[in-house]
Design a protein around this ligand. Structure first.
Ligand SMILES: [Zn+2]
Length: 224
């Protein structure tokens, strides 16, 4: 099967297509959104073009406050390496008062591949950035992946998603809000090939497919 390719012309023509076909039904929505946003969730995902929460979670404009970076990393609070990530977390928690934070990892992630096999191009910034997930590789080598039947880079990706959730808890204001039950933390994992989304279940020690039953269970446990 061919690798899906797209060029910039599709994006530019897409704007015209949106104006002609979809804008009338969105006009009111955007007029409302211009007055402010009140998303319920901070969504932290990889920059990967294939991770499309607007498709797999049927989201609309205004639904998600989003941080995207290579590998869906949240540097630990002590490391001042990424103030943009910390700034977005602060804004989401204090200004938007989100009730949920989702870290969404995914299969076939280039970042977790690069953790296992250094890239063959000069990438000093990427190398520094990947330090935010070295612990995931150590855990992988220690056999701590939740699903050892997956390809190595996907095992690292599943561990990385949990590791980044731990990093979030190094921010005292996040930890306090989670402990007080004001914010719910979620680790999700998107399997690109099947377009399935899984949710981490700590009690079970594994990721569980978000089908109707699992969705109901997740909704019941959301912060009130
Ligand atoms: Zn990725």
């Amino acid at each position: 099967m061919a690798v899906y390719t797209v060029d910039m012309r599709k994006l530019i023509k897409g704007i015209v297509q949106f104006r002609q076909k979809a804008l009338p039904s969105y006009r009111e929505k955007f007029a409302d959104l211009a007055l402010g946003q009140k998303p319920d969730a901070l969504f932290i995902a990889c920059s990967d073009s294939r991770v499309a929460p607007n498709v797999f979670a049927s989201t609309d404009p205004g639904d998600l406050f989003v941080i995207r970076n290579v590998g869906n990393f949240i540097p630990e609070q002590e490391s001042a390496s990424a103030p943009s990530v910390a700034a977005a977390v602060e804004f989401a928690v204090f200004s938007l008062k989100v009730r949920n934070i989702v870290v969404c990892g995914h299969s076939e992630c280039g970042a977790t591949r690069a953790l296992l096999e250094p890239p063959d191009f000069p990438a000093p910034a990427l190398d520094t950035w990947l330090r935010n997930s070295r612990a995931a590789v150590e855990r992988y080598h220690a056999g701590l992946a939740p699903d050892t039947t997956l390809a190595p880079h996907n095992q690292v990706s599943q561990i990385n998603t949990l590791l980044q959730l731990e990093h979030l808890l190094t921010y005292p204001f996040v930890r306090d809000a989670v402990e007080a039950g004001h914010i719910g933390l979620h680790a999700w994992w998107f399997d690109i090939k099947y377009a399935d989304v899984y949710a981490w279940e700590r009690e079970l020690g594994r990721y569980v497919l978000i089908d109707e039953k699992q969705a109901e269970s997740l909704i019941m446990r959301l912060p009130q």
